[in-house]
Design a protein around this ligand. Structure first.
Ligand code: NAP
Length: 279
């Protein structure tokens, strides 16, 4: 029987649920496979990444902080990953390393039933890192959103973020908002707000990127990329917004997409999701 060997690389990734997801896929499909979690120190990244070969892995997931760094060591990169300058999935085949971005696919999946709310809407995005870029790009390509307000603590990073996306999104209107100016958004209405920061996540479940006086009633959809169950923001949104989503479905959907790219095998989302997250 064929054996599939996968790996996940990142820094401080011991908390990741990716291995659980792949274990579930192996068992559902009756496949002999393994997913090794490899913690890499950023200082030793290049040597360690280069030392991983096609003989050792068929596919690799890449997480923080290496999604951009890996790009320099790949043979080919797909157009979505090129557009957002981040690779989170690598296929090893015929002596080549091929880079993809499956975060966009994963982020979009739980929004499909709500496309009517989103189309041509207005989005509030917290954060200006790699995930925020995938989110803005997907809201534009899949839901035709062109009106964005970005809130981030580092203005310089936010400016570069806007510059890089402006080249890819035709007719984009993006307002950049610093902490000091965040009062500006308090009275605005948004079709969706997406939290692309670790605030509310594992180590920070009680922290929030929202201004204190922000009213969740001004949102139709709240989407938090973190997937810890004690996230206070998701709990509040569930009582006030039409739709409240955490990052669990995104995590499962991006892994299923990677699995397909690496093996050519389709997997049912609901079977994996209900087993790994139990709801
Ligand atoms: P990243 O590239 O490191 O960006 C992190 C962003 O969060 C930056 O804009 C950063 O602001 C901001 N930030 C970090 N700490 C902060 C703090 N204490 N206060 C305010 N802002 C802070 O990370 P990423 O890849 O975009 O990931 C962002 C989040 O999404 C993470 O929590 C990650 O786990 C989650 N994620 C989930 C999935 C999923 O499948 N569910 C997939 C990808 C990412 P500065 O620019 O000012 O530093």
């Amino acid at each position: 029987m064929e054996r599939f060997r996968f790996a996940l690389i990142g820094h401080n990734v011991t908390y990741s649920r990716s291995a659980d997801i792949f274990e579930r896929i192996f068992s559902l499909k009756n496949i002999n496979g393994s997913c090794e979690i490899i913690n890499i120190d950023p200082d030793g990244f290049v040597d360690r990444f280069r030392s991983i070969t096609e003989e050792q892995v068929d596919g690799m997931s890449v997480t923080i902080p290496f999604k951009k760094a890996v790009m320099a060591y790949l043979d080919e990169i797909d157009p979505i990953a090129q557009a957002i300058e981040a690779v989170n999935s690598i296929r090893y085949t015929k002596g080549k390393k091929l880079g993809y971005n499956t975060d966009c696919f994963g982020f979009s999946k739980p929004l499909h039933p709500h496309a009517n709310i989103l189309k041509h809407g207005k989005a509030l995005i917290f954060g200006a890192g790699g995930a925020a870029k995938a989110v803005v790009y997907t809201l534009y390509t899949d839901y035709e959103i062109k009106d964005f307000v970005i809130l981030n603590r580092n203005m310089d990073k936010m400016r570069k973020f806007k510059e890089s996306l402006s080249e890819k999104i035709d007719g984009m209107h993006m307002t950049l908002c610093k902490r000091e100016d965040e009062g500006q958004i308090v009275n605005d209405r948004f079709d969706i707000a997406v939290n692309c920061t670790p605030l509310g996540g594992w180590n920070k479940p009680d922290l929030s990127p929202f201004p204190d006086s922000f009213d969740f009633n001004n949102l139709k959809i709240y989407y938090d990329l973190n997937y810890n169950t004690n996230n206070q923001l998701v709990k509040t949104a569930k009582t006030k917004t039409q739709v409240a989503l955490d990052g669990s479905a995104m995590l499962v959907a991006q892994a299923i997409r990677s699995f397909y790219l690496w093996t050519g095998i389709q997997v049912n989302f609901d079977n994996v999701y209900s087993h790994v997250f139990g709801y």
